[in-house]
Design a protein around this ligand. Structure first.
Ligand SMILES: [Ca+2]
Length: 350
């Protein structure tokens, strides 16, 4: 039941609301008259480590005493310029709060964001098909893992979502768990004796026994995750993507430990999807693009990009690439409703 408020009570509250709104609007307007700054330029431009970030203020009508800058709640400096350093800034979106002190202790604060990108462009990696295995065309692939001779796959679709386990080369699963209609299966991670499965919009991680694929628990999504897309377990972290540029690092109970933002020299990369950690780097699909990104696990910087467009064209694959699993020194890759699962080797330039 909703909370009922008498009309007269709302009337009594209105003048106070107007007062607060009016006074904060007035203050902002006054601040604008008092100071102008290059905040828009800071927000629009991209920034790099080793460069200076300069917050330029012009005072109008008043004389200001001093400025402090606070970056990512990590570093405060007195003054209007600082050299960008990895001890307090990171690749992706950073926050900057400026405080301008004027007329004997009065303060005007402004919050803005600035974007840090790496200077170096990703190198172009290449691949070679080693072997082709069958893949069930009915699988709307959302997550792929491989361990001890078996492929683990999560498939999506309302009423069609499943978690399946099959031997490489097999066309039928030897174990499967169907999801109820309310769940849309997404990325999976093999976590010891368990399998974690993300769901798209239901905000639940479903937990299974790895041997028999029986459900044995679930976890709620923490608030910072917008949706569940890709997942991988790299001890001690569960890596999770949610369709943004972020890759979150959680513990096994979904407590956030840290996150990275995926960047190239040109921009933040959105729609990070299925994940796999392979040879110390994160390999990620980008939704609706025929590429695999090779991402530095500490910084989020895309080191290399592998374009698989010709593989898709050659095999007339229209469903998007969305499965990556480490397979010894090679990768297994597939896509939504593809008839094949490809074993590929990767060559990266350094
Ligand atoms: Ca994977």
């Amino acid at each position: 039941m909703g909370i009922k408020i008498r009309k007269s009570a709302i009337h009594n509250l209105l003048p106070l609301f107007w007062l607060i709104t009016a006074s904060s609007c007035e203050k902002k307007a006054t601040d604008k008259l008092l100071f102008t700054s290059n905040s828009k330029k800071i927000e629009d431009e991209t920034h790099h480590f080793g460069e200076d970030l300069r917050f330029e203020v012009t005072a109008r009508k008043v004389a200001f005493d001093s400025i402090t800058l606070e970056i990512n709640d990590k570093k405060t400096i007195n003054g209007n310029a600082l050299r960008l350093d990895s001890s307090f800034a990171h690749y992706g979106i950073n926050t900057l709060e400026s405080s301008i002190f004027y007329e004997g202790g009065k303060r005007s604060t402004r919050k803005l964001t600035f974007t840090m990108l790496p200077a170096k462009a990703p190198t172009q990696g290449s691949y070679k098909i080693i072997k082709t295995f069958p893949h069930d065309k009915n699988y709307f692939t959302e997550g792929l893992s491989f361990q001890d001779g078996f492929v683990y796959e999560s498939t999506g679709g309302k009423g069609k979502s499943k978690l399946v386990r099959y031997a490489l080369n097999a066309t039928r699963p030897e174990a499967e768990a169907k999801l109820s209609k309310k769940y849309f299966g997404e990325g999976i991670a093999l976590v010891g004796d368990s399998i974690y499965q993300l769901t798209y919009e239901s905000r639940k991680v479903l937990i299974y026994d790895r041997q028999n694929l029986k459900r044995k628990g679930e976890l709620d999504y923490p608030p910072m995750l917008s949706e569940g897309w890709g997942m991988h377990y790299q001890k001690p972290y569960l890596l999770v993507s949610d369709g943004s540029s972020n890759i979150y690092f959680f513990d096994k109970r979904l407590n956030l430990k840290h996150k990275i933002q995926v960047t190239t020299d040109r921009a933040l990369v959105k729609n990070i999807n299925e994940l796999e950690v392979f040879e110390g780097k994160i390999y990620a699909n980008v939704w609706q693009r025929p590429i695999i990104l090779v991402i530095d696990m500490d910084t989020g910087v895309v080191k290399s990009e592998i374009n698989l467009r010709d593989l898709m064209t050659k095999h007339k694959r229209t469903g998007v690439l969305n499965g990556i699993a480490a397979y010894g020194r090679h990768l297994l890759i597939t896509g939504k409703n593809w008839g094949e699962l490809f074993e590929i080797s990767i060559q990266l330039q350094t």
